[in-house]
Design a protein around this ligand. Structure first.
Ligand SMILES: [Zn+2]
Length: 177
C-alpha cells in the first residue's frame, strides 16, 4: 500500500519566516496545510504519515525519518523575501520528483492565481537554503506554497486555504493510484 508523508516545515521551537504586519508565522501556515491535507487524505482512504497533529511540529531530523518507504513526501514551507512584491510558488526536490513538483505547483498557482517560479515550479535541490536540504537529500519535496512576506498572497491563502489543500491532496491521491 502506498504511503504519503506530509510534514510541516520548521518546528515547535523555530517558527520560520514571519509576516511583518499580521505576525502570522511560516510554521503556523505549514501546520495548517499539513492538517488540512491529512484530512483529505484520510477522507480518500490514503495511508499517510505526519510529523504531528494540531500545532505539533516535529523538528527536521524527525520529519526526515518519515520519508523512507513513502510514495511521496512533502514538507510545507512558505517563501519569504525583503522584497514584499516577491511572489509565486515553487518546489525543491531531486530531479526524480520534477514532474510531481510541477503538478503540485500548478494546482497551487491555479487556485491562488499566483505565478510559477523556476521550471514550471520545479527547482533542483542545489537551489535552496542549506538548512532545508536534508529533507530533499532524503528523497522528499520542499513545497514553498507562497510568499508569507507578500501581504496579498497571505490574504489569498487565508481565504482559499481549504481549496489549496484540497487541490494538493488530489495530486497526492493520484500519485497513489
Ligand atoms: Zn521554511
Amino acid at each position: 500500500m502506498s504511503i504519503i508523508t506530509i510534514t510541516a516545515g520548521h518546528s515547535n521551537k523555530d517558527c520560520g519566516a514571519i509576516n511583518p504586519k499580521s505576525k502570522i508565522t511560516e510554521a503556523s501556515v505549514a501546520c495548517e496545510m499539513r492538517n488540512m491535507v491529512a484530512y483529505y487524505l484520510k477522507q480518500a482512504g490514503i495511508s499517510y504519515r505526519t510529523d504531528g497533529m494540531g500545532s505539533d511540529n516535529k523538528p527536521l531530523k524527525d520529519a526526515i525519518k518519515l520519508i523512507s518507504g513513502s510514495k511521496a513526501a512533502v514538507e510545507f514551507h512558505c517563501n519569504a523575501s525583503t522584497n514584499i512584491t516577491a511572489c509565486g510558488v515553487e518546489a525543491l526536490a531531486q530531479s526524480k520528483d520534477r514532474e510531481l513538483c510541477q503538478r503540485l505547483c500548478q494546482v497551487i498557482a491555479n487556485t491562488m492565481g499566483i505565478p510559477l517560479r523556476g521550471d514550471r515550479g520545479f527547482k533542483p535541490e542545489t537551489a535552496g537554503q542549506h538548512s532545508r536540504l536534508g529533507y530533499v537529500r532524503a528523497g522528499g519535496i520542499i513545497l514553498e506554497l507562497f510568499f508569507i512576506s507578500n501581504d496579498q498572497e497571505l490574504a489569498t491563502w487565508n481565504t482559499k486555504k481549504w481549496l489549496i489543500a484540497k487541490a494538493v491532496s488530489k495530486v497526492l491521491i493520484e500519485e497513489c493510484k
